[in-house]
Design a protein around this ligand. Structure first.
Ligand code: ATP
Ligand code: ZN
Length: 301
């Protein structure tokens, strides 16, 4: 798609790592098709004036903050650390968080050596904590009125205790396997992280604004659709109220008569939450039958 360079929306996405595939998939679900530049650092949108810059995740908040990119996708862990850093530097115009996405789940937790007891935040008092997130950790300690030494590491935090550089760590955890492999256990979570979408603090110029609005609306649509289900069932008229009340996150369902049946109706509804087996079992107990749950492909309010 031919548009002037400055009328194109630039999104910063992790070049290669845990967020890359999910981030690109989200943009593709928004309708973007792209070709990859020769240097493989930019994906050029072919059908939308949207280009994707592929960079290290740590650089994403900075690129958005400085308005080099209009949008960016990074983990809340990175976003929060950079936000605290910018505040420390006295920046007043910060990037803005647009939405929290549905991938990249992990926790920022204290990992404690197996032989060290842990009875809550007080156990951190006077310890040395190794982390790549010094500002988030210091902020946590300060909010809890605890004095401890934060030792900044740029990577391989988990080896700090065995090197004698720290007593414990504060690091990203998903399964806890890495901590266990280094004779530590997960003692306390201080941040539940997910990928999030951030935008520049600068006002979007008018030539970009319309596509920006469309893109953000589509992203919201994709997020909502992934959670949503379309449910169809037959319900006894007498228990209709009870049955519709059981449908998770649905607004005004469609009620239709069933040919030749006065006692039953068909109910169709969009549920904005996943429909689990437990819900179907409860619906059945309430007299529902012929239940069908379908994925939703697209949705626009
Ligand atoms: P880069 O080269 O871009 O700096 P990286 O090594 O810092 O890559 P990854 O390990 O790919 O980054 O993680 C990217 C993000 O994925 C993390 O910042 C975090 O938000 C999220 N994430 C999800 N699960 C985990 C996990 N188990 N460990 C670490 N990060 C995770
Ligand atoms: Zn990184």
């Amino acid at each position: 798609m031919q548009t002037k360079q400055d009328a194109r929306i630039k999104i910063a996405v992790q070049k290669s790592g845990r967020l890359t595939e999910h981030s690109m998939e989200l943009l593709v679900r928004c309708g973007l098709s792209y070709s990859r530049g020769k240097d493989r650092l930019i994906c050029y949108g072919e059908n939308m004036p949207v280009d994707v810059l592929l960079v290290r995740d740590d650089d994403i908040p900075g690129l958005v903050q400085e308005n080099i990119c209009d949008l960016g996708i990074a983990g809340l862990n990175i976003i929060e650390e950079r936000r605290l850093e910018l505040i420390e530097r006295g920046e007043t115009k910060l990037f803005e968080q647009v939405s929290v996405l549905d991938f990249g789940q992990c926790r920022l937790s204290f990992g404690v050596p197996e032989d060290m007891p842990f009875d809550g935040p007080e156990s951190l008092r006077g310890t040395r904590i190794a982390t790549t997130y010094p500002r988030i950790v210091k902020d946590y300690l300060q909010r809890n009125g605890i004095e401890a030494k934060v030792v900044e590491f740029s990577g391989a935090v988990e080896i700090a205790p065995s090197l004698g550089k720290a007593d414990l760590v504060c690091d990203l955890v998903s399964s806890g396997e890495t901590l266990r492999a280094h004779q530590m256990y997960e003692a306390l979570t201080i941040l539940e992280s997910r990928a999030a979408l951030i935008r520049t603090p600068v006002e979007i110029p008018p030539e970009k604004a319309q596509w920006m609005k469309r893109l953000l609306m589509r992203i919201e649509g994709v997020l909502q659709v992934r959670e949503s289900k379309y449910i169809m069932l037959h319900a006894p008229r007498a228990r209709l109220k009870e049955i519709t009340a059981l449908l998770p996150g649905s607004e005004a369902p469609t009620i239709m008569p069933l040919e030749g049946r006065d006692d039953k109706v068909a109910v169709h509804a969009v549920c904005r939450e996943n429909v689990f087996w437990e819900t179907l079992e409860k619906l059945k107990e309430a007299g529902a039958s012929s239940m069908l749950v379908l994925p939703v492909e697209k949705m626009l309010a």
